[in-house]
Design a protein around this ligand. Structure first.
Ligand code: SF4
Length: 439
């Protein structure tokens, strides 16, 4: 039996792509191993969004090559592979193959060639590729990522994704609904639809509103999530579908990147601060109680203290439940490299510290306000530490509770009894039926 070890970095799309690669190689008789020592094929699925992520992968390659026995194959796949292509073969002599996100169905062939001693890179874009015939191999039976769109047609000036994932294309609605139907038949009750700008989904006939309704109508699907939407793609139709599809959870990750309209313009985001705030208001009107998180970049070239203050004030104004904060990282080939007015590293570090402090303070204030309220949770598994179980509310809050392992995969009503500021402790009140319409 041949064994494959995959290490995945970056976003949920990469997690989903690793499941696809396991599907491609599963058809060739490979099984997954979590131990690189026993693997015949070692793959690192990479992210290219920040330089730090790439440096980490290069460091990791240095470690993984130690596990490579004669005849084993070491490969780099994903966005960094796409960005660097054959240069990676030159840079890391132990690497046998390099494959970008559109080339995964060629894995068996490149592995076979590597065994013959040939090192190769495949980083061609395939604008039609959806891997429709490849059944992903997932290890979470309860909750599944389902990719509905690949690539991106937006051109945010800081972002390398259009260069690594190619043009945007959407799967056919019937194919997505079919896949979700098969997942539901085997016990999956929660799905997260993935796309780079997922709410711009359009398969030529159906838009994202149609998709939400179709997936939400699949028998057995109790929770429907999606990530990441683009703020201005929340059309009235999409908002209405969210409001009227019971499975759609009350949580949206809504990347803003900056609170300064001047910076947003230079980032080539397609909204200004006011428009973003309008989208937040529309979401809150359509989905009462919706929790919001965001992505924010600090230190974009030319960002002044006044621009940064605008970001802080937007965070206050919207009162996000959470925010993923990043220091701007120059990405070769992106339009922003031409903006020369770079923010010094120490200033970026100071700003991100101030931002994180504010984000945590707001999240803590909101979470303290939730203590004592009751929620439906999905019990996901053992907590990372201790003997408790980890569960998640529809609003994406993590709650830890006592209970038997048999509760994993079930829905329960709980009362939130305390908070660390970010996560909660909870008291179980009652079990909820396996999968009725969500309450
Ligand atoms: S919308 Fe902008 S930030 Fe998001 S993937 Fe596309 S180019 Fe990158």
């Amino acid at each position: 039996m041949r064994r494959i070890y995959i290490e995945t970095y970056g976003c949920q799309m990469n997690v989903s792509d690793s499941e696809l690669m396991l599907g491609v190689l599963g058809r060739e008789g490979y099984v997954r191993t979590d131990d690189p020592v026993e693997a015949d094929v070692l793959l690192v699925n990479t992210c290219a969004v920040r330089d730090h992520a790439e440096q980490r992968v290069l460091g990791r390659m240095g470690e993984l090559k130690r596990y490579k026995r004669p005849g084993d194959v070491l490969g780099v796949v994903g966005c960094m592979a796409q960005r660097l292509g054959p240069k990676l073969l030159e840079r890391v002599p132990q690497v046998d193959l390099v494959i970008g996100p559109d080339g995964y169905r060629g894995l068996p062939e490149l592995i076979a060639r590597a065994r013959e001693g040939e090192r190769a890179a495949d980083v061609a874009f395939q604008g039609w590729e959806h891997y429709e015939d490849v059944p992903p191999v997932r290890d979470n039976p309860i909750s599944a990522f389902v990719t509905v769109q690949r690539g991106c047609d937006y051109r945010c000036t800081f972002c390398v994704v259009p260069m690594t994932r190619g043009p945007e294309r959407s799967r056919k609605l019937a194919d997505v609904a079919g896949e979700v139907g098969r997942l539901a038949e085997t016990g999956t009750t929660e799905v997260t639809l993935l796309g780079q700008t997922v709410n711009s989904y359009h398969d030529g006939e159906h838009d994202f509103a149609d998709l939400l309704r179709a997936v939400g109508a699949v028998d057995g699907i109790r929770r429907l999530r999606f990530t990441s939407p683009y703020p201005t793609d929340f059309t009235p139709r999409v908002l209405d579908a969210m409001a009227t599809t019971p499975a759609v959870c009350e949580y949206v990750h809504l990347p803003v990147q900056s609170g300064s309209s001047r910076t947003l313009r230079r980032m080539l985001r397609r909204y200004d601060r006011e428009r973003y705030v309008d989208v937040v208001a529309a979401l809150r009107a359509a989905v009462p109680g919706v929790a919001l998180s965001t992505d924010i970049i600090v230190g974009f070239p030319g960002e002044t203290e006044a621009d940064f203050q605008e970001t802080l004030s937007l965070v206050e104004q919207v009162a996000f439940d959470d925010a993923y904060t990043f220091k701007y990282s120059v990405r070769e080939g992106t339009p922003a490299v031409r903006i020369k007015d770079h923010v010094p590293e120490e200033l970026k570090t100071a700003r991100i510290g101030r931002l994180i402090e504010l984000v945590r303070r707001i999240a803590r204030r909101k979470n303290i306000g939730l203590v004592g309220t009751t929620h439906e949770v999905l019990v996901e598994g053992p907590a990372k530490r201790g003997a408790l179980l980890q569960a998640r509310t529809r609003t994406n809050k993590i709650a830890l509770l006592e209970g038997p392992a048999a509760w994993i995969g079930t829905y329960r009503r709980v009362r939130l009894t305390g908070t660390t500021g970010s996560t909660f402790t909870a008291w179980p009140i009652e079990e909820l039926a396996a999968c009725p319409s969500p309450t």
